[in-house]
Design a protein around this ligand. Structure first.
Ligand code: NAD
Length: 367
């Protein structure tokens, strides 16, 4: 089927997990072994997980700009665990991007091994570089709250005919005006804010759904998340956090009855613990009532490696977007967005989303 040419906007921990994952699955394919560990789909429309190829990358950090992607993914402050001992040389240098609002001022108070260090190079014209690279899909990995930077990359995609996958919570693919622009341009897009393959959001949604299906009434619930990567450090700036909080909260509230009081729902990133690095801990509590009004409490603690956990969804989102390109379908892709994103253009039950993705892959559903 050929390769899927991808561009990375932000070479942080999620990009590191994805690039390492591509190599990991390439080795699996070469060895022709059984069903690979940790994938939701082995092949999508003929594309394997190892068929993604990085052809362009943009960042602003002095320790990443100018270096080959295969080295930059391991540069500080990245702290994603090693999925493979080494990544084969990728002959694509990270290019300096416009900083815009990508770096929160509070980062300067933290030592460089934890925070971003802005490079002095002149920024490139990203739309032009996308065209030159032959990229087909751009993955937007901007830090939370980088509203201008996220929209800049979306504009560059519209100018260059490149598909846009929005992994962070600036509402673009789920925004009707932006969605219409991608539709008009005939460019498929997926977003917003990638879910983890098995993270706090899908677990919280599944438990709430289960309780409701079994006739229990959810009274109150919270989901508190702590971690030690730059995503969590960035989110200490509460002003940047609004969209993330909304995206995570709506992923759960969309399953609750309309009269559920919002004061009884709290979902969000809660603190930054540097020594945790890329390990994320989520604490979840649900208070509910069942038969005859008897009370029931669920307490759950989830410990995951944050960035590899986003890779499982991304590797499917990229292949579905490429499939849409092959079929000449443009605009927001509702099924894969609902399946892999927290804030999709069309909200639906996770099982419904999964069924629609299967239909999309087999070609019985357009988007
Ligand atoms: N499981 C997950 O880790 C997960 C899940 C859902 C969503 N997300 C979201 O994905 C995004 C990326 O997460 P991450 O963990 O890779 O973050 P990160 O902090 O590790 O990486 C962000 C990268 O963007 C770079 N950057 C900043 N401004 C830039 C600009 N203007 N242009 C280009 N690069 C710029 C930084 O130097 C850094 O390399 C975040 O918004 C995060 O909330 C992550």
């Amino acid at each position: 089927m050929g390769k899927i040419r991808i561009a990375l906007a932000g070479v942080g921990n999620c990009a590191s997990a994805l690039v390492q994952g591509i190599e990991y699955y390439q080795r699996y394919e070469e060895q022709q072994t059984e069903w690979p560990l940790g994938l939701m789909h082995r092949r999508i429309g003929g594309y394997g997980p190892g068929d993604l190829e990085v052809v362009a990358a943009f960042d602003i950090d002095a320790r990443k700009v100018g270096r080959p992607v295969s080295e930059a993914i391991f540069a500080p402050p990245n702290c994603c665990l090693k999925i493979v001992p080494q990544v084969s040389h990728i002959p694509v240098a990270v290019q300096m991007a416009p900083v815009l609002d990508g770096v929160s001022p509070h980062m300067a108070k933290y030592p460089p091994e934890h925070s971003f260090v802005v490079a002095r190079e002149k920024p490139v014209d990203v739309a032009q570089k996308l065209k030159e690279s032959g990229a087909e899909v751009l993955l937007n990995y901007m830090p939370v709250g980088s509203e201008d930077a996220a929209r800049y990359y979306a504009e560059c995609c519209l100018q260059s005919g490149v598909s846009f996958i929005n992994c962070m919570p600036t509402f673009i693919v789920s925004d009707p005006d932006w969605g219409a622009r991608f539709e008009k341009a005939g460019i498929p897009a997926a977003g917003d804010d990638v879910k983890s393959q098995l993270g706090a959001t899908i677990l919280h949604r599944s438990l709430v759904h289960l309780l409701q299906k079994r006739g229990l009434k959810v009274d109150r619930t919270y989901q508190l998340n702590v971690g030690g990567n730059t995503d969590f450090l960035n989110m200490l700036n509460r002003e940047r956090l609004m969209t993330k909080k909304r995206s995570k909260t709506e992923a759960v509230s969309s399953l609750l009855p309309e009269d559920f009081h919002q004061d009884n729902l709290h979902v969000g990133p809660s603190d930054y613990v540097p020594w945790q690095k890329d390990n994320k801990i989520a604490f979840l509590r649900i208070e509910a009532r069942g038969f005859g009004g008897f009370p029931m409490h669920i307490e759950l603690r989830l410990s995951v490696e944050d960035s590899p956990n986003s890779g499982g969804c991304m590797i499917d989102a990229v292949r579905c977007v490429k499939l849409a390109r092959d079929r000449g379908v443009g605009g927001p892709l509702t099924s894969i967005s609902a399946y892999t994103m927290k804030h999709p253009p069309e909200v639906m039950d996770d099982e419904e989303a999964r069924c629609r993705v299967e239909e999309f892959i087999t070609g019985t559903r357009e988007r």
